[in-house]
Design a protein around this ligand. Structure first.
Ligand SMILES: O=C(O)[C@H](O)[C@@H](O)[C@H](O)[C@H](O)COP(=O)(O)O
Length: 230
């Protein structure tokens, strides 16, 4: 069953999504002594990051990483890590441990090993993953036409992190795979803007996953909580 949370505006959504994520993190810290969160980049999450960063959580026991990243340096305004550092890793949340999904290697393939090693220090499975959705129906870096789309969507995928290149992706990307996201205690799909309403409607309708890869998440046995506002 899909849970759809609809808000009047981005501020109300950000507060509610921060509460949702904070409760999942707190529950895992209480159970396991630590917890991890994976967040998306792009333009949508800024307000949510600001709200979450102020939440009273045992941040030193919390690890944060990204759902996906563009293969750029952190000086680029396309860097999702930069967005996280500027808007989430501040105030109380500055005590969290952040593992970036990009490094100085020339390609994602070259950088993958070191990133996987760093990710091993986080708590797995994730307590929560927050996904976004693009107007082409992608989520994470599961892009229509992506060169490794079938591999990242494979429910039996043994790799947790894979490079991805796609016509609509801009730079080469790196992304967590579907099984890693679906193993999270909770999944949220954060969508803002009237322009994305018909995209979400189309994604919820019948049709091939390859055309709108966000369908892989929407059709999962435990689908995400959708947080939406115009
Ligand atoms: O790096 C990225 O691009 C993201 O992680 C991506 O999956 C994003 O969530 C959607 O593209 C929505 O992006 P916007 O929020 O910019 O619309």
């Amino acid at each position: 069953m899909l849970s759809m949370h609809v808000f009047a505006d981005g501020a109300a959504l950000a507060a509610a999504l921060a509460d949702f994520v904070a409760s999942k993190l707190a529950a895992r810290v209480a159970r396991d002594g630590g917890a991890s969160l994976a967040v998306s980049g792009g333009r949508t999450p800024t307000r949510f990051f600001e709200a979450l960063s102020a939440r009273d959580l045992p941040w030193s026991k919390i690890g944060i990483t990204l759902v996906d990243e563009r293969w750029v340096r952190e000086t680029s305004d396309r860097s999702n890590a930069r967005l996280v550092r500027e808007h989430l890793l501040k105030g109380p949340a500055a005590a969290a441990r952040f593992v970036a999904l990009a490094n100085d290697a020339p390609t994602p393939e070259d950088g993958l090993f070191a990133i996987n090693e760093a990710l091993e220090d986080l708590y797995w499975p994730l307590a929560c993953a927050v996904l976004g959705m693009g107007e082409d129906g992608h989520t994470a870096s599961f892009f229509p036409g992506g060169d490794r789309l079938a591999e990242v969507l494979d429910p039996e995928a043994t790799l947790g992190l894979m490079p991805m290149r796609a016509p609509g992706a801009g730079e080469p990307r790196i992304t967590l795979t579907l099984p890693v996201l679906l193993a999270a205690d909770a999944l949220a799909l954060h969508i803002e803007g009237e322009g994305k309403r018909p995209v979400l409607q189309a994604a919820l309708a019948d049709g091939p996953v390859e055309e709108m890869p966000v369908r892989a998440v929407l059709r999962a046995p435990r689908p995400p909580d959708i947080f939406w506002c115009p």
